[in-house]
Design a protein around this ligand. Structure first.
Ligand code: SF4
Length: 371
């Protein structure tokens, strides 16, 4: 398969999520189980013989969401609520909802979709041994509720296989993003995003080989020349495609990311341990550099400065999800650190309900010209 064909397949999946999920389910007769951003143990869903589907909102005209959520609830959850209420998620057989922030704690009790919701909590004092014990009990609860509502048995052996498979997928994604940074002429911000996003709407059994194919084909090319500016991007999500086209329009290429929707999903492997549930819980304990994983030392800030330097980037773009408190808390600290390190920074707001991107466009234009 050619590089362009593989990219095209993933771009189509990424741009038509509902159709792609239905197709994925039809292909092997599997059921789809959703999980609400930012983190959930996909491995348990996969071990149940289902396709995990990431729910990260999307463009939506709000009608029903306003009945259930206050106007100051974050932009992603407004869209997720709208999709639940208008039947977009009816294809799902169950949905996992992490109570990782204040919005999600409420949200787990407000699910309006047809399928059962399984709210669960991540412990925030992650370094303690009891955090592992607690999270194992939460994951065991997920296993037993999934077994009940799907009518399946999820064995430890299936979980171990799922962990091995998912670690392989994560390695493939890291390899792709590493290779992509030498081919910024081919892997534009939009294409990079589409390739990663497609993984949320496909069985990873079929998704991983396509990503590996892209990486292989990229390796065959000579290193691409890129005359524009390179940026690192951070935040929860960086979309829609129109926004990524604005990056390209101003000659900004994404050389690396620290997005919850992208690299934060695959930069931490699950360690191999005798108990698969302990291993999955350990992965959460090992997560670093994320606004949603409590860290009194804010290692995310140091990591960002190091990432910009290591990737030889010209600056940092912080994509701030509208009304996402955990992300907002980090902004002043990141601003101070960038100022001290002499790193140009631009903060743009992501609002899934607002299709007008003129303000962001002006901001990115000014940023690109200042670099
Ligand atoms: S506040 Fe932030 S982390 Fe919480 S649901 Fe909204 S976007 Fe996600």
């Amino acid at each position: 398969m050619s590089l362009n064909d593989a990219i095209q397949i993933l771009a189509e999946v990424s741009d038509s999520p509902k159709k792609s999920v239905e197709k994925a389910c039809e292909k092997d007769g599997k059921r789809a189980v959703g999980w609400v951003e930012p983190y959930a143990p996909e491995e348990i869903i996969y071990a149940a013989g289902c396709i995990p589907i990431g729910l990260w909102g999307g463009p939506a005209q709000l009608k029903n969401a306003r009945i259930y959520l206050p106007v100051f609830a974050c932009s992603i959850m407004q869209s997720v609520m709208e999709y639940e209420a208008n039947g977009t998620y009816d294809v799902l057989s169950a949905v996992l909802i992490p109570g990782i922030c204040d919005t999600l704690k409420d949200f787990g009790q407000k699910w309006k979709g047809k399928c059962p919701a399984i709210p669960f909590a991540h412990p925030q004092n992650r370094r303690l041994d009891c955090a592992n014990t607690y999270l194992v009990s939460e994951y065991e609860m997920i296993r037993s509720k999934l077994e009940k509502c799907l009518g399946v048995t999820i064995t430890d052996e299936q979980l171990q296989d799922s962990i091995v498979f998912y670690n392989g997928y994560r390695a493939a994604m890291r390899e792709f993003t590493d290779v992509a940074e030498s081919h910024l002429d081919v892997i534009t911000p939009k294409i990079r995003h589409q390739i990663v996003k497609a993984g949320y709407f496909m069985d990873k059994k079929y998704y991983k080989p396509l990503v590996e194919e892209i990486t292989r084909e990229l390796r065959k090319l000579p290193d691409g020349k890129y005359d524009g500016k390179k940026v690192v991007v951070s935040g929860l999500t960086l979309e829609p495609n129109k926004l990524l086209d604005i990056f390209s329009g101003f000659g900004l290429a994404v050389v690396a990311d620290d997005l919850a929707h992208e690299s934060r999903q695959f930069r931490t492997d699950v360690p191999y341990m005798k108990s698969p549930m302990s291993a999955l819980a350990k992965q959460w304990q090992n997560q670093t550099g994320c606004s949603l994983a409590f860290d009194p030392y804010k290692s995310r800030v140091k990591k960002l400065v190091e990432m910009v330097r290591a990737k030889n980037a010209d600056g940092l773009v912080l994509a701030l999800m509208k009304f996402c408190d955990p992300e907002e808390f980090d902004v002043p600290i990141i601003m101070d650190a960038c100022k001290e390190a002499g790193i140009p920074l631009s903060v743009i707001e992501i609002d899934q309900q607002d299709e007008g991107l003129e303000q962001v466009k002006t901001r990115l234009q000014a940023f690109a010209e200042s670099l």
